[in-house]
Ligand binder design. Structure first.
Ligand code: GLN
Length: 485
């Protein structure tokens, strides 16, 4: 049989169901790939023995009626996994072994899959290049000098390099969609509240959302179906009937109205990104969709608003890491206060410290109204722009990122230029909407570029359908040479 690991998740599932491949054979193939891909640094922890046991159990007593029968999956190291180390890319959690399982990973295991390992990410998911991880930067399989995007960079790299058949990430301001775009893969940030946040290491609680990262749209629908659902342990979880996204996937988009926001044509955007957007519009139009020009006037405030709200919430969420309750504790310090201080200064990296400083500043008395409260008001205006537009359209098409993957080290000394990379992804998190990044083409260096489809709240099925139709007609093929093995 040809290499099983370069197939889509859906194809792999079919092969397991028709007994062309066993779960044990699958595990062995992935272990081989992972061992020969150490250069990519995508994994922080591997759980091969445990996975092999689970695969054998599955093969002895297979249940093919599950969504993910006998499928091994590696996940971002931000999801707490019971009895398996969970670092969030940070030194402060270098020895943290949760005694509980996140709801989202538990949902995946309940559908027949099991854990293959934990994937590297930016520290506490703060970053756009996976360079802030305490466990080293991750390399993009597309090219040995390139970042894989962030913060779910281990996830995008592992997926594109065939080290896991699908994966999950988290997206607070773009951390699923931007790495998907940089690696020629599919990434979906669901509606806020569709996937439980319980057991995910918190960054900015009003923005964080878990979602699938996959090779195809169909795979994305399968993973979303498996991981989503109401959870009473998350107070912001939406209580609604479960959808069958993969079964209901349709490629007929005739008559759908697609909004094209003028504010997403930014200064200095490479010509290729603009051309790709044009190509995307043409494909959807040829499939019978109607393109409608729209305006989202507050878009320009999205990035500054995000960089007030996200650090404010992060500074509060990260207060719990004090050397007493979790993970790392400094051996220095004469008294309790000094122990707290040393633990936090030794445990956190520079980007996390920067966010804590910004967050503490914007929440401090005297500045709270001017920054935090104002940002909350602007956030509502950004949301209202989308609400107004969605009265006349079904979905919005934009580029996913203003460029393809940049070089390792290119933006590390310039946080603002790093932050600018999230310009097209951040508004969606502020509005709580679902958005899909799908591979659409390459730039002149052959590096992948993605297009983004934004939907109404809880309209995941529709953007998946549009993505499905687009995928069939776009002709994109991820051509990654395995230079690392
Ligand atoms: N790059 C953004 C940041 O650093 C988004 C991160 C994310 O979505 N987790 O905040």
């Amino acid at each position: 049989m040809a290499d099983i690991t370069n197939q889509s998740l859906n194809e792999i599932i079919e092969n397991v169901k028709t007994k062309k491949v066993s779960s044990t054979e699958l595990i062995k193939a992935y272990v081989k790939n992972i061992e020969s891909a150490k250069k990519l640094n995508a994994f922080v922890t591997t759980t091969f023995d445990q996975a092999l046991d689970k695969a054998k159990q599955f093969d002895n007593k297979p249940n093919f009626d599950q969504l993910l029968p006998g499928i091994p999956l590696a996940v971002k190291d931000l999801f707490c996994t019971e009895n398996t180390k969970t670092t969030a890319g940070s030194n402060i959690l270098n020895n943290f072994i949760p005694s509980y399982e996140s709801t989202v990973t538990k949902n995946l295991w309940n559908h027949g899959s099991f854990l293959l390992g934990k994937l590297n990410c930016d520290e506490f998911a703060m970053g756009s290049s996976n360079e802030t991880s305490h466990y080293g930067n991750v390399i993009n399989p597309v090219g040995d000098q390139l970042v894989p995007g962030g913060s779910s960079g281990g996830s995008s790299s592992a997926l594109a390099a065939d080290l896991t058949p699908a994966t999950i990430g988290t997206d607070t301001g773009g951390s699923i969609r931007q790495p998907a775009s940089f690696t020629g893969t599919v990434g979906l940030k669901p509606t806020y509240g569709l996937c439980s946040r319980w057991g995910i290491v918190a960054f900015a609680s009003s923005l964080d959302q878990a979602g699938p990262m996959t090779k195809t749209i169909k795979d994305c629908a399968i993973m979303l179906e498996a991981m989503s659902g109401f959870d009473e342990k998350d107070s912001t979880s939406i209580n609604k009937k479960k959808e069958q996204y993969s079964k209901n996937l349709k490629d007929n988009i005739k008559g759908l109205k697609i909004g094209i926001p003028k504010e997403y044509r930014v200064d200095n955007m490479p010509k290729e990104v603009d051309e790709l957007w044009e190509k995307g519009k043409k494909i959807l139009k040829d499939l019978g969709a109607q393109l409608i020009d729209i305006s989202l006037p507050h878009t320009k405030y999205a990035l500054p608003t995000y960089y007030i709200v996200a650090p404010a919430e992060a500074s509060s969420n990260l207060a719990r890491y004090d050397g007493v309750r979790y993970g790392y504790r400094s051996k220095q310090g004469k008294d309790l206060i000094e122990m707290y201080e040393k633990t936090r200064s030794e445990g956190f990296g520079d980007e996390v410290k920067r966010r804590i400083l910004i967050g503490t500043y914007v929440l401090s008395s005297g500045y709270y109204d001017a920054y935090y409260l104002k940002a909350q008001k602007v956030r509502q205006l950004i949301k209202k722009d989308f609400d107004d537009s969605f009265k006349k359209i079904d979905a919005i098409l934009t580029p996913s990122t203003p460029s393809s993957a940049f070089k390792i080290g290119e933006k590390t000394n310039d946080p603002v230029s790093m932050y600018l990379n999230d310009i097209f992804t951040v508004p969606v998190n502020l509005a709580g909407l679902p958005a899909l990044s799908m591979p659409a083409g390459v730039d002149k260096q052959g590096h992948p570029l993605g297009l983004q489809l934004i939907g109404k709240a809880l309209d995941e099925q529709k953007i998946l359908n549009i993505g499905y139709a687009f995928e069939k007609n776009c002709g994109f093929k991820n051509k990654i040479k395995k230079w690392w093995s």
